[in-house]
Design a binder for this molecule. Structure first.
Ligand SMILES: Cc1cc2nc3c(=O)[nH]c(=O)nc-3n(C[C@H](O)[C@H](O)[C@H](O)COP(=O)(O)OP(=O)(O)OC[C@H]3O[C@@H](n4cnc5c(N)ncnc54)[C@H](O)[C@@H]3O)c2cc1C
Length: 439
């Protein structure tokens, strides 16, 4: 006999736990399965801007997450050659700080929040197939260490990450739109005695190199390097030596790390394309990275996974017993997600370019963050309370390109080529967004 639930969820990290908590609070029987056992890490850095921290609060997880002990990051620093700007946040729901909590404790706190709300979280269990009935997803087949079994449900949620099994089984694996990453990611944790930096998330752009230092839990700081993607080849040899050499290419970061010691192995991600997938169909839905992934460069993934996991629960819990109304609700949810994410996706893809455009990005950031209050206005974009398109207005881009050419840090031909491509891309964004949002 198959088990019965109202909602079955594949994956119990950011999107899965947020959805599970919300459906359970609405009185629905929820089972979420995940092959890992929490606390378990995953390949992901974990900066949250104030808007992301507010999402943890909205899903009821913030108190638990704050107990993990990460410092409140109430300041942000943006630096590079001859430029240093610090600013604070516009509060979002009264929250005026970012947080950087390692994924193992963060995800365990999210799963615990879902459990406390009444959801059942099964660790060490993996969805291996979908059950179908009259063209609708009607449940899942699950495998654990000892057996295979079925759970029938009104709604199947794939919250199983970028390589989603549910997306593949629902025939939605091929993205509607996709974009290759322009930067690779290498990160490690440092013992960090620099108390004066403890409340500051910092980023430096130097030439085409991008380096970050984010104080996190455990008295550590997360150091994230995002070199241009073609430099991934340099990291394939002696990873540690190339990591340290790259820190040296970003003098502001190297100075920041004075007195700090690397205490972890280096984690790499060289290929992580961004995409939107079709994310709602009869009886199934894709939440979090399973349905939409953005380049890590703007650190929006956890925020969006938690937010749209919660919104899915809020929109669908009341209509689970009416299949037609449920399918309308999940399609409407998908459109809301796309409308709220597509401009951030385009902005992220531009910031994620590690080619000649990096020089223009720096000039743009300098122009945006030099005036008093400038950092705050940029943080408003990262917190999702300001439209990113405002930072990419044509006159600003043209001025930034002219300044990049005058400063002469990179190849002029590369800068001109990259700006030309960007202008063409910007022109295409509107059509791409329209296509995505078309019902
Ligand atoms: C290098 C890198 C750096 C990043 N840095 C940041 C950052 O600084 N800030 C930020 O906000 N975001 C960042 N992100 C994005 C962030 O990691 C994701 O957006 C976020 O983890 C999405 O959460 P999720 O719950 O959708 O998926 P995941 O966190 O990927 O969780 C999916 C879960 O599904 C489970 N699963 C897989 N298959 C199955 C199956 N068949 N059955 C059941 N369960 C299954 C997995 O075990 C996993 O636990 C980064 C991503 C990368 C790659």
């Amino acid at each position: 006999m198959a088990e019965q639930a109202d909602v079955v969820i594949a994956g119990a990290r950011c999107a899965g736990s947020a959805a599970a908590a919300t459906f359970a609070r609405a009185g629905r029987r929820v089972i979420a399965v995940d092959p890992v056992r929490f606390p378990a890490t995953t390949v992901s850095t974990h900066l949250l801007f104030a808007g992301g921290v507010a999402e943890l609060a909205r899903v009821g997880a913030l108190e638990r997450v704050e107990k993990i002990g990460a410092p409140r990051l109430s300041r942000a620093f943006i630096g590079g050659p001859g430029h240093a700007a610090t600013g604070t946040y516009t509060p979002v729901d009264g929250i005026a700080h970012g947080l950087c909590v390692r994924r193992a404790p963060l995800d365990a706190a999210l799963a615990e929040t879902a459990r406390e709300a009444g959801a059942e979280i099964r660790e060490g269990h993996r969805v291996i197939d979908l059950l179908w009935e009259d063209g609708r997803a009607a449940g899942v087949r699950v495998r654990d260490r000892t057996r295979e079994y079925e759970i029938r449900a009104r709604l199947v949620v794939g919250a199983d990450g970028r390589r989603s099994t549910v997306a593949r089984l629902a025939g939605a694996e091929h993205p509607r739109i996709a974009h290759a990453n322009g930067r690779a990611c290498y990160y490690a944790y440092y013992d960090d005695p620099r108390q004066e930096w403890r409340g500051t998330a910092a980023m430096w752009l130097t030439g085409r190199e991008l380096g970050n230092a984010f104080p996190c839990d455990g008295g550590l700081s997360l150091v994230l390097l995002m070199p241009p993607v073609e430099r991934a080849a340099d990291f394939r040899g002696d990873l540690e030596a190339e990591f340290d050499r790259t820190v040296g290419l970003v003098p502001g970061l190297a100075e920041r790390l004075t007195g700090c010691t690397r205490t972890s192995r280096i984690v790499s991600s060289a290929t992580h394309p961004s995409f939107f997938r079709r994310s709602a169909g009869p009886g199934w839905v894709l939440a979090g990275d399973a349905g939409h992934f953005k380049d890590p460069v703007t650190a929006q993934g956890i925020r969006d996974a938690v937010r749209f996991g919660r919104l899915l629960g809020e929109r669908a819990a009341g209509v689970l017993d009416d299949p037609a109304a449920l399918d309308r609700a999940t399609r409407a949810w998908e459109r809301t997600r796309d409308a709220q994410c597509v401009h951030t996706y385009h902005w992220t893809n531009l910031l994620g370019r590690g080619d000649g455009l990096a020089h223009v990005q720096f000039e743009l950031l300098r122009a945006l963050t030099d005036p008093p209050g400038g950092v705050r206005r940029v943080l408003d974009v990262y917190s999702r309370i300001r439209d990113p398109r405002e930072t990419l207005a044509l006159p600003g881009l043209v001025r930034a390109t002219a300044r990049a050419l005058l400063r002469g840090g990179g190849s002029r031909a590369d800068i001109v080529r990259a700006t030309g491509e960007t202008l063409r891309e910007l022109a295409g964004h509107r059509a791409e967004a329209r296509g995505l949002l078309r019902p």
